[in-house]
Structure formats: structure tokens, C-alpha cells
Design a protein around this ligand. Structure first.
Ligand code: AP5
Length: 216
């Protein structure tokens, strides 16, 4: 049966960093809703242009379009073994929709690791983040620097700083997380799926704990 894992955590907690590593180790598709919106924006699709108007303010893109995008993504062949969801769901309505989608595929969420990180640490992480243009590989100028400044170690593409990593937008993204996404902690706790991992430690230590959680 396919395995579906939801990675939960505030902006900058390290979801993308860890999801790439874990999905590869477990042979699961890595589905990042933020990356899907950014790909749509790059291709100037209607969805990408709509999403941008919310992302630049640090607000959530409306549930209906986000849910439709994930439904389509989950139906692709590379999700046959399952998927690691990073950044989705972000509201209780999205979580309900995910449960329905997975039920129609004959599956359900296996577990929900929460990467817990204090707000002050999040701001430092996001202000020093650099992402690669080709595939979204993530670096940090202090905590995880590339071998050569401005160049991705893995594919040689240019590194850039995200528009929504400006301090004012980051502060709003954290507030939006507290208001709209944090209720999912209780949502998944009540269903016996939530496992909290201390994310305020080096990348390797957090990764080892997450791997233990998702493989048990
Ligand atoms: P999205 O792209 O999902 O952003 P996010 O959730 O805010 O998460 P981030 O990508 O900022 O952080 P991350 O947790 O992945 O951390 P990372 O690994 O990069 O969403 C962007 C926008 O799209 C949203 O604001 C919204 O508008 C829209 N959107 C997306 N999904 C949506 C949905 N479901 N519904 C509605 N709207 C949606 O790490 C951060 C930095 O820290 C990096 O530099 C990294 O190198 C470093 N780092 C990572 N781990 C560690 C560590 N352990 N120690 C030190 N440094 C670390």
C-alpha cells in the first residue's frame, strides 16, 4: 500500500530541507505546495499569477485552488509508492480534503511529524536562505553554505533569495501559520498521528530523528 506522510512546521522550520532527503531515502514523491506555486509562477500560468498575489504578502492561497493543484499532483505516476507532503495541508479544510483524496486512492496519512522551532530561530533561518533556480535545493549562508557562493552544489544553477523571505513578509507568514495552520497540530494529535521533533538542532540530527519517526 502507498505511504503518505505530512510534514508539518512553521515557515523556515526545515520542511523542504528534510523532505528532499527523506523522500529520496524512502522512494516517495516529494510534494511541496510552495514549489508547485513557484513553478506555476515561473511558467506564468493563471494559477501561478493568482498564487503570487497571496505569496508576496505571506497570505495563504485560497483552499479551492490549492486543493485542486494537490489532487492533480497526487494522481501522477511518481506517487504510486506514496508521497511526502511538505506545506500541505495548511488549514483544517485542506486536511479534510486530503483525507478524502487519499481515501479515494485507497490510502490514508501514516504519520505527521511536526518540526518544532522557536520564532526567533525561524527569522534567522529565512533571512539567510538561498534556493537554487533549477530545482529548489536549499542552502543557508551560515548553517548550510554552498561550496561556491551563489552556485548550487548539486546542479550548478544560480542561487537566489525568495521574495517572501523579507523580514516583514516572514513576520506575517509566521502569524498566518499560528492563526491558520497551527490548529492542525491538535487536528492530527486527536487522530493519533502527530509526532513532535525538536527542529532547533543541526540538520543531520533533525533528519535522523525524522527518519526514525517515519520508518517506525
Ligand atoms: P512554502 O514554500 O511552503 O513556504 P513555508 O511553509 O513558509 O516554508 P519554507 O519553504 O519557507 O520553509 P521550510 O520549512 O521548507 O524551511 P527550509 O527547509 O527551506 O510556501 C510559500 C507560500 O506559498 C506560502 O506563504 C503561501 O502563500 C503559499 N502556500 C504554500 N502552500 C500552501 C497551502 N497549502 N495553502 C495555501 N497557500 C500555500 O529551511 C529554511 C532555511 O533554514 C534554509 O536556509 C535551510 O538551509 C536552513 N535550515 C533548515 N534546517 C536547518 C537546521 N536544522 N539548522 C539550521 N538551519 C537549517
Amino acid at each position: 500500500m502507498a505511504t503518505y506522510i505530512v510534514l508539518l512546521g512553521p515557515p523556515g522550520a526545515g520542511k523542504g530541507t528534510q523532505a528532499k532527503l527523506i523522500a529520496e531515502k524512502l522512494g516517495l514523491a516529494h510534494i511541496s505546495s510552495g514549489d508547485l506555486f513557484r513553478e506555476n509562477l515561473k511558467a506564468q500560468t493563471e494559477l501561478g499569477i493568482l498564487a503570487q498575489s497571496y505569496m508576496t504578502k505571506g497570505e495563504l492561497v485560497p483552499d479551492d485552488v490549492t486543493i485542486a493543484m494537490i489532487r492533480d499532483r497526487l494522481s501522477r505516476p511518481d506517487c504510486a509508492q506514496g508521497a511526502l507532503l511538505d506545506g500541505f495541508p495548511r488549514t483544517p479544510a485542506q486536511a479534510d480534503a486530503l483525507a478524502t483524496m487519499l481515501a479515494s486512492l485507497g490510502g490514508s496519512v501514516k504519520c505527521v511529524p511536526l518540526i518544532a522551532v522557536p520564532a526567533a530561530v525561524l527569522i534567522e533561518r529565512l533571512s539567510g536562505r538561498w534556493s537554487c533556480r533549477a530545482a529548489g535545493h536549499v542552502y543557508h549562508e551560515k548553517f548550510n553554505p554552498p561550496k561556491q557562493a551563489g552556485i548550487c552544489d548539486l546542479d550548478g544553477s544560480e542561487l537566489y533569495q525568495r521574495e517572501d523571505d523579507k523580514l516583514e513578509t516572514v513576520q506575517n507568514r509566521i502569524a498566518v501559520y499560528e492563526r491558520q495552520t497551527a490548529p492542525l497540530i491538535e487536528y492530527y494529535r486527536q487522530r493519533g498521528l502527530l509526532v513532535e521533533v525538536d527542529g532547533a538542532r543541526p540538520i543531520e540530527e533533525v533528519g535522523a530523528d525524522l527518519l526514525a519517526v517515519v520508518t517506525r
